[in-house]
Design a protein around this ligand. Structure first.
Ligand SMILES: [Cu+2]
Length: 462
């Protein structure tokens, strides 16, 4: 007797073999190149097919491919990786081909791509191709559109890239864990027309967030809100590559958000226009000027500008706690408080106690405080004028005159023209003298209603 399952199974195999002419029949699997470099690798210039301006991945690289007939073949390996977030801290993450995020995949509109995915994780996975229009069965949603890829197995995805744009890939299997562990990668489809919306420099990064306690190496995968490492391409300031452009270059910066909250990305020195989302190109006539563009969870944005204003320009998430590294979550606001009495009392118990924060927190950025193992200062980084007091999602757009095309090397700090830097006033200071704010006669002490523990407030009704 033949079971119903066997009949269905063999029918499916026959249908599969005849319906997809490009199926990799007994073909060899392409190499799976690996990189563990934490600095931006040179762009992968196309040697055949339509010409395009390749992207550069901040602190990352582009996955090489091979041609097999008219198919462009890639090989991703899902695996545990060790990623340096910035000098002084490494994280034990999951990623692809040696790195989190995985390598950027670049191809051209109209390409037939075949992507082999080998699973070297201890649990099953899949890959979803975010934003790509493709047959449902290639969409990579475990259980819904395909069986999961079990550990040790390799699956093949085949589809035609019907449109150009800004996309990403990530698992659709045990997502909470696998994305919290850093599994994601950028996917750029270049226009078939080399002149369409072309730029001279094209930078990409993905935003991810981790919660890694000082002294530990693994992100807490069930964290929902209290992340302490806000990253671009699994790097934090001062570990994020600078975005280097020559004066006059047309520049595009593309990013996607796989954290659990939105990120308003702000760039100094310029206004820019959003040119592309993960849904497609924004018609030039429809793009309005911005200096900050919000990127919601699961969204991608690209903006374009002409780099005509030389300088060192900050680019960062505008949520100020996202431009910080690990911090204590119990920091109180001590601004304006006189801590000398408190210090005397605390020093009886802890002789080396150091008060901080009564004039703001800038002293934390300037002091090199002793840190526990494997973590980073909350506010850190130095530039030509002193402490930058940043962390997390912060980098610098460096626009310089006379850069050769394709030169992405750090040009150092900007040499400001004479008389073009904010300066200290050395003249008379009378006009800015201020006394303490006068106490108003009408100010009354706030009455506090103290309730003994256990006793309910009479105002509360239960
Ligand atoms: Cu943010």
């Amino acid at each position: 007797m033949i079971s119903r399952r066997e009949i269905l199974g063999s029918a499916a195999v026959l249908v599969g073999a005849s319906a997809v002419s490009g199926r990799a029949q007994a073909a060899s699997i392409p190499e799976a190149p690996t990189s563990t470099a934490t600095t931006m690798q040179p762009p992968l210039v196309p040697t055949s097919g339509p010409d395009y301006q390749p992207v550069v991945t901040l602190n990352g690289w582009t996955l090489p491919w091979r041609m097999n007939g008219d198919w462009k073949e890639f090989h991703l390996v899902a695996e545990p990786v060790v990623r340096e977030l910035a000098p002084g801290m490494v994280a034990h993450l999951w990623g692809y081909n040696g790195q989190s995020p995985g390598p950027t995949i670049e191809a051209v509109e109209g390409d037939k791509v075949r992507i082999f995915v080998t699973n070297k994780l201890p649990e099953h996975t899949t890959i979803h191709w975010h934003g790509i229009l493709l047959p449902s069965g290639m969409d990579g949603v475990g259980g819904l559109t395909q069986p999961h890829i079990k550990p040790g197995k390799t699956f093949v995805y085949e589809f035609v890239l019907t449109k150009s744009g800004t996309f990403m890939y990530h698992p659709h299997a045990d997502e909470m864990v696998q994305m919290a562990m850093g599994m994601m990668g950028f996917l750029v489809v270049h226009p078939r027309d080399p002149a369409f919306r072309r730029v001279d420099r094209d930078f990409v990064f993905l935003m991810s967030a981790y919660d890694i306690d000082p002294g530990t190496y693994l992100p807490k995968v069930a964290e929902m809100t209290a992340f302490n490492m806000w990253t671009w391409n699994s790097r934090v300031f001062p570990g994020i590559d600078h975005i280097v452009a020559g004066k006059g270059d047309k520049v595009r910066i593309r990013f996607g958000n796989l954290t659990m909250t939105n990120h308003p990305i702000h760039m100094h020195g310029y206004d820019f226009k959003v040119s592309c989302t993960d849904g497609g190109w924004v018609p030039e006539a429809a793009a309005w000027p911005e200096v900050t563009v919000d990127c919601a969870v699961g969204q991608m944005r690209a903006f374009d500008f002409v780099a005509d204003n030389p300088g060192d320009w900050a680019i960062h998430c505008h949520k100020s706690h996202h431009t910080m590294n690990a911090m204590g979550h119990d920091i109180r606001n001590f601004v304006g408080m006189k801590k000398s009495d408190l210090v005397k009392s605390v020093r009886k118990l802890v002789p080396e106690y150091m008060p901080m924060g009564n004039a703001g927190m800038a002293d934390m950025g300037e002091m090199e405080m002793p840190l526990p193992e494997n973590t980073l200062p909350m506010m850190t980084g130095f530039a030509q004028f002193g402490a930058v007091e940043m962390g997390g999602m912060f980098s610098v757009v460096k626009v310089r005159e006379g850069l050769a095309s394709g030169d992405y090397k750090d040009p150092g700090w900007f040499k400001h023209p004479e008389g073009k830097v904010s300066y200290e006033w050395k003249g008379e200071s009378k006009a800015v003298e201020r006394g303490p704010p006068a106490a108003s006669d009408k100010t009354k002490a706030i009455e506090l209603n103290v309730v003994k523990p256990g006793k309910q407030s009479p105002h509360r009704n239960h």
